[in-house]
Ligand binder design. Sequence first.
Ligand code: B12
Length: 226
Amino acid sequence: MQCSGDVLARIRDSFVELKLDEVLRLVEEAIKHGVSARDIVFRALSDGMRIIGERFERGEYYLAELLLASEIFRECLRVLEPKLVECIEASGEVGTVVIGTVRGDIHDIGKNLVATMLRAAGFRVIDLGVDVPPEKFVEAVERYGAGIVAMSALLTTVLDEMRRVVELLRERGLRDRVKVIIGGLPTTEEFAKSIGADAWGRDAIDAVEKCRALIRELKSVRTSHQ
Ligand code: B12
């Protein structure tokens, strides 16, 4: 069996060519040979999605191909998720996270991955789905007493929605008791700061680490106010 880098490249390439059966076969083979689910998802498949997106941008792939790619990614996650969550240690610092993809955007693969990893880490996750209006985020924070709002966006055209959620939390007097984390392709750490969010996450693993830190911050603020 070739080294793991090799098999990861083969998974990525057959994914980019949208060969479902081949991708699944290679994923099974990789797992059998000890390649980590984390590498398969965050290197091979995520890299493949990036290349598929570039093909779409160049007019080589159309929406039908993007939809097929999403199906293949989901099929792979069904196999990989149980192994993926094993790499996350559940900790005692749990809290409630309200998560959703912002209004105008229906991309949810990355958001779902973040939700899955947060659940594995012990968080209670309220998933509002996709195309979520600002009011719905804020209402859910109140209803579930959430400590964190996590927003996802994949389209540059919807970035302002994230800013609006932060503003609305402030208007409703909730901003001091809830932390805000954002993520998704067009977002950056600088953008997060510019809209007044507390954190930005590169991927689902980073999201877990950042959310743990945010909960610790919330708890230390609460104790210092007592
Ligand atoms: C699959 C896909 C689709 C699928 C989505 C299926 C689904 N259920 O999600 C479908 C076919 C529906 C689709 C539709 C469209 N898409 Co599209 N899509 C993609 C594609 C190829 C992959 C996205 C993906 O799933 N990536 C894999 C996941 C695992 O990665 P991720 O989402 O980035 O998530 C990770 C991190 O970003 C982070 N993260 C994500 N969210 C969060 C949240 C938090 C809180 C944190 C901490 C971290 C975090 O962690 C995740 C896991 O590690 C991207 C290209 C790309 N490079 O991303 C284009 C892309 C996003 N789409 C694009 C476009 C233009 C569209 C359409 C407008 C096309 C059209 N003409 O209709 C529509 C939009 C419809 C809408 N209103 O939303 C453009 C956006 C361009 C832009 N600058 O705005 C892209 C970039 C393609 C391109 N290069 O042109 N798309």
